[in-house]
Design a protein around this ligand. Structure first.
Ligand code: ZN
Length: 248
């Protein structure tokens, strides 16, 4: 779509399916105005997510990390970094910056916008006056949701970074992934029991995301260990004096 300080902001094609669905749902509830309102609230929601991801990105850039792009998918945003700093304090600050942006926006709205007394609102059909309130509610929701201490949410990374100040990185990831599973299993069973299938599916996703993160860290560490070992080993075989092989 566009670039912010060299970071490309991209939309996943499925996003348009979601937008079409929101327009249809709005139109079904309240005609043309409903469709516009529904589309506007969705776009505002994703604008808040872009700001959240930019929060992560700007702090990452401060630590010398290259940020390629921010990809928006129907299930949320994702800032793609070339590398993640291993210093727990840096990872902690990069991770906290995302939810912090949402809480700052919510705080500014709270103190600047004069809200009506009734907090009864309908996301599908509203007025321009409700826009500020929708923005406030969504920023609080995005901020809090991301603080749940489970992968792939920011809270999982914050927990890992805190543990990594005392433990080796892989061990810290193991315990953070274990906490993810401890949250996901009873949460998933409870939501299934209550009939919230979407939330139950998210719990299944959280369970596997924790495991995937731990495996990725283990793989990377083993890879690095092997590379270091190869570096320290004296060269074997006829290497010196041999002509370089040209690739075909
Ligand atoms: Zn985040």
């Amino acid at each position: 779509m566009f670039r912010v300080r060299g970071i490309q902001i991209s939309l996943h094609s499925l996003f348009f399916v979601l937008l079409a669905y929101f327009c249809y749902a709005g139109w079904h509830d309240g005609g043309m105005l409903g469709a516009w309102w529904s589309a506007a609230t969705l776009l505002i929601f994703f604008a808040c997510i872009v700001l959240h991801e930019l929060g992560h990105s700007f702090v990452a850039i401060m630590f010398g990390v290259k940020v390629r792009r921010i990809l928006l998918t129907p299930i949320g945003g994702m800032a793609q970094f070339d590398s993640i700093p291993r210093k727990p304090s840096q990872e902690l600050l990069i991770t906290i910056a995302g939810p912090a942006v949402n809480f700052v926006i919510a705080g500014v709205l709270w103190f600047t916008v004069n809200f009506p007394d009734d907090w009864d609102y309908n996301l599908a059909m509203g007025s321009i006056g409700d826009l500020g309130r929708t923005l406030l509610v969504w920023n609080v929701v995005i901020g809090l949701f991301n603080l749940i201490p489970a992968f792939p949410m920011d809270g999982g990374r914050i927990l890992r970074a805190l543990l990594a100040t005392r433990l080796p990185y892989a061990r810290a990831t193991f315990w953070a992934a274990t906490v993810s599973k401890i949250i996901a299993v009873p949460g998933g069973i409870f939501e299934l029991y209550k009939g919230n299938y979407i939330v139950a599916t998210i719990c299944v996703f959280i369970f596997f995301a924790g495991e995937a993160e731990y495996r990725a860290v283990l793989y990377r560490e083993q890879h690095e260990a092997r590379w270091l070992e190869m570096q320290s080993r004296p060269p074997e075989g006829p290497t010196a004096g041999e002509p370089p092989l040209l690739g075909s």
